[in-house]
Design a protein around this ligand. Structure first.
Ligand SMILES: [Fe+2]
Length: 190
């Protein structure tokens, strides 16, 4: 007696799940943007995209002196970066100077601190929180924040960032000071 298998049942007939997005599919989608996508839209993409170790491998590299930004794609509307952080490495306190952005923690533990700025008091601490692997967090305009890999994490950190429009010159701040400086992120090791 033989058993027959209806091969038709093995062929998926359902429409593609809109919630599943591959890393290369997201890059294609970003490259196709002709105007900056909304914060909510970027958040949804980064929350739903599946990212494997192989996807990020070409963009993984660490420096001892500072975190290292690796650009995945960029056009006039949007850019994607993968940032690699050793324990203790962190950004300056900054805003995005008119861009909005979303971060997804690919691997490791990210610490995010947010601040507020008042003309009279200068920069004030607002909140701080731990973002473990899988966290997706967005920053609108004019959010001021600092991201980093806490020294005590004991592990490297890899994060995926999408900014719209792409980041140019950023403003940086100091706690308790009204002084605002300009900062241009550097993509290349020096
Ligand atoms: Fe930022």
């Amino acid at each position: 007696m033989s058993t027959s298998i209806n091969t038709e049942t093995l062929i998926p007939t359902a429409p593609p799940d809109s919630s599943s997005l591959t890393f290369s599919g997201l890059v294609e989608r970003l490259n196709a943007q002709t105007s900056p996508p909304a914060l909510e839209e970027i958040s949804s993409w980064l929350a739903n995209v599946e990212i494997s170790p192989l996807d990020v491998e070409p963009f993984v590299g660490f420096k001892e002196g500072n975190y290292w930004r690796h650009r995945v794609c960029r056009n006039e509307a949007v850019e994607m970066l993968i940032i690699c952080w050793r324990p203790g490495q962190k950004t300056p306190i900054h805003d995005h100077n008119g861009s909005h952005g979303v971060v997804r923690v690919h691997k490791g533990l990210m610490w995010e601190t947010t601040f507020c700025y008042e003309e009279e008091r200068g920069l004030c601490y607002n909140t701080g929180r731990e973002c473990p692997t899988g966290t997706v967090t967005g920053a609108g305009v004019p959010d001021i924040h600092q991201l980093g890999n806490p020294e005590v994490s004991g592990q490297d950190l890899i994060t995926v960032h999408v900014y719209a429009p792409p980041l140019g010159v950023l403003k940086t701040y100091k706690v308790g000071s009204a002084q605002v400086d300009l900062y241009t992120p550097n993509d290349f090791p020096t």
